[in-house]
Design a protein around this ligand. Sequence first.
Ligand code: SF4
Ligand code: SF4
Length: 456
Amino acid sequence: MSDRLEEKNPISRRKFIQISGALTAGSTLSSGLMPNRVFAGFQEEKQPKIKKFKTLGRTGFQASDVSMGGTRVREANIFRYAYDCGVNYFDVAEGYHNGDAERELGKALKHMERKKVFITTKLHLDPDESEESILNRFRECLKRLDTNYIDALYMHSVKKVSLLDKPEFHSAIAKLKADGKLRFNGLSSHGPRRDSEDSMEKVMLAAAEDGRFDLMLFIYNFMNRESGDKILKACKENNVGATAMKTSPGVLKVDDYNSDQPTEEQESRLRRYRRRYDSQEEIDQKMKEWINNQKETMKKIQPFVDKYGVKTEEQLRINSIRWILQNPDMHTVCVSFKDFDFIDKLIPFSGEKLDEQSTGFLNNFKDIYSNQYCRHGCTDCISTCPELVPVSTIMRYAYYYEHQGREKEAIQKYQKLSDMNVSKCNDCTAPCLNSCQHHIDIPRQLSKAHQMLTLA
Ligand code: SF4
Ligand code: SF4
């Protein structure tokens, strides 16, 4: 990928798609389909533009209200296109696609005005990690991003308050700042995996109090706002830059099934069933069960689909993000764009208020789906489980699989849980059953997640 051509002139998206051949406007840009060129920019007649910028806490940076995360991006031109639309905050991590997200952003950065963008990257830290190791890993991030400095380095997915105090991290940050290689530092959290770990809320509130963290990236959506609101308040009081992630609950699945013309998602499910089951009978049976589930879902949501006209997961996602955009205390919403189309669909809502119709939809949706959506980062039920199964972590992996198109990664993450997985539930009397304040049927949901995440 390093020998890619760099194009000096901007290009239209239509032309880009012609050059890249197999790509279509809405397709995922997988590494196999890369156009082998990084373009200087995009010139569209009707390019959507960011309309609102907010001060990112004490950094003072004016961040676009919609920012871009690199969890799903493996193509520099998507970053470049977002920049042309006014997005100026880009978030990647050492661990995203083994550094490829950083590499692709680095290529796109060549065609951006460096001072006008805010680049963040993240490192998972071991409790016993040395300062030298942190500095070395950071230098590798700099190389992959191909830039002289990084705006912010985050501790990635912090699971224990005690890690916040890690002297080796703070001394490394001080050195990097003194060398002009780094401007700010922050942290992200997804909540705990084990009962010995701390909730996202606890970690973030402690970090705000600590005073050494300039930025925070945390889970926030309309179904899961209680702890997020507390964190936001702490960010405001301590002038910390606040970025939202995991912005949509993603439980709306309404595609009709036509066996002659399955949707992309249905086709991918069929492929998995074919790999897993030997006989056509079993495959048909599994597909039938899944379709029946879909139909049940359809039946439930039909009244408000009719009322609000929202019937796809993408529409739900856009509305969920719009709900956050109108919050004056959330500085930016980090969206994992994976194609041009979603950028075109979402950016027009920058700076816009959520209308009454959409607010009504989200409230209605929240009521109906409350007992199906396990809140990311929640730990409330873990103490009821004698086996300490990490419920919200497993549900989050299922979310990556089902709603973010990160199937392989979700399966790998689930495999890493090894003996902490759902197999523990097999001989259990399920004392967790009534422990969720949102009335989630924990054993049933876990069993569904397990089926999905072991469907390799
Ligand atoms: S099932 Fe309920 S209590 Fe358990 S982690 Fe999910 S939201 Fe929290
Ligand atoms: S059913 Fe599973 S999650 Fe629930 S208490 Fe038993 S082992 Fe824990």
